[in-house]
Design a protein around this ligand. Structure first.
Ligand code: C2E
Ligand code: CA
Ligand code: CA
Ligand code: CA
Length: 279
């Protein structure tokens, strides 16, 4: 279960491994981090393979800790999930992501879709639809330019409720992506029950497509299945040109990974939205 720890609060995570004392300290710091504006969003671009244009970006949270420097979400999101801080933090992230996407549009860049991660407590235990609606209203972002990412394991916690929430979001015009696809425990039958627009192939497969026949087979099967189901497919963790070529040959729609850019501050990502940037 260690593999899944990054975005599944019920599994292993480094934050939960710390001593009680350390956790308390981290927790009280995190509480203040939001107020002190130590939390920020980084963005990672997503490129459409047919055009080589940036058509989306994923918002990834960071904590710029006064003493410890930049802390990655794997070290505090699981804790925030546990103590409920994910609710204000998550709402802030949604608002901020919409705001920045709107700013890019107003600056004259071609519009892109902004993807925001939702974790367990955020998705199932608070009025997420209202929070998203409010963020769209406050920022004036057209809903078609917002996408939510949830994992298949999360959708399976409460299937009926998940379908209901996703339907409401989709009726608003927001897009739905399944994150880390291929690593969860859901049955493929569910793919047709859930209102989904995008599958994101987990990086653990993409990383190995050059070395492992198995990883290659799984990746191309997910791409083929997505096409048959009329879903867009994004490959995550694309680090090499050779990965890009293979994925393009398979018919994969979109790539994301260090090959294009590491997650970075909005001012570093904005220039990449220029149409010819990756040509
Ligand atoms: P994720 O949603 O699966 O995000 C992808 C992770 O892979 C990111 O790690 C990203 O920096 C990393 N990555 C992207 N391309 C490459 C690549 O080519 N090679 C390698 N080795 N890694 C790559 P990051 O930013 O540390 O985020 C970790 C997890 O934290 C995310 O996993 C997501 O589950 C969670 N997270 C991040 N931001 C938020 C947020 O605002 N809300 C919630 N609820 N969770 C978040
Ligand atoms: Ca994600
Ligand atoms: Ca992912
Ligand atoms: Ca993940």
């Amino acid at each position: 279960a260690k593999e899944l720890g990054k975005n599944n609060y019920q599994f292993y995570s480094p934050a939960l491994d710390k001593s009680a004392e350390e956790r308390l300290a981290l927790e009280s710091h995190l509480r203040k981090a939001l107020e002190k504006e130590e939390l920020l969003l980084y963005f990672q671009p997503q490129m459409e393979l047919a055009t080589h244009r940036i058509i989306g970006a994923e918002a990834l949270i960071r904590w710029n800790h006064q003493e410890k420097g930049m802390i990655s979400p794997g070290h505090f999101i699981p804790l925030a999930e546990e103590n409920g801080l994910i609710l204000p933090i998550g709402a802030w992230a949604i608002q901020k992501a919409c705001e920045i996407n709107k700013t890019w549009q107003q600056a004259g860049y071609p519009p892109i879709t902004m993807a925001v991660n939702l974790s367990g407590r955020q998705f199932l235990h608070q009025p997420i639809v209202e929070i998203i609606a409010q963020a769209l209203k406050d920022t004036g972002l057209d809903p078609q330019y917002l996408e939510v990412e949830i994992t298949e394991s999360l959708m399976m916690v409460n299937v009926d409720e998940s379908i209901e929430i996703l339907k409401r979001l989709r009726n608003m015009g927001v897009k739905i992506a399944i994150d880390d696809f291929g690593t969860g425990y859901s049955s493929l039958a569910y793919l047709t029950k859930f209102p989904i627009d995008i599958l994101k192939i987990d990086s653990s497969f993409v990383f190995r497509i050059l070395e492992s026949e198995g990883a290659l087979a799984i990746t191309s099967a997910i791409v083929a299945m997505s096409q048959r189901l009329g879903l867009k497919v994004i490959a995550e963790g694309v680090e090499k040109t050779a990965h890009l070529r293979l994925l393009k040959d398979m018919g994969c729609d979109i790539i994301q990974g260090y090959l294009l850019a590491r997650p970075a501050a909005p001012e570093d990502i904005a220039p990449m939205l220029t149409p010819k940037y990756f040509e």
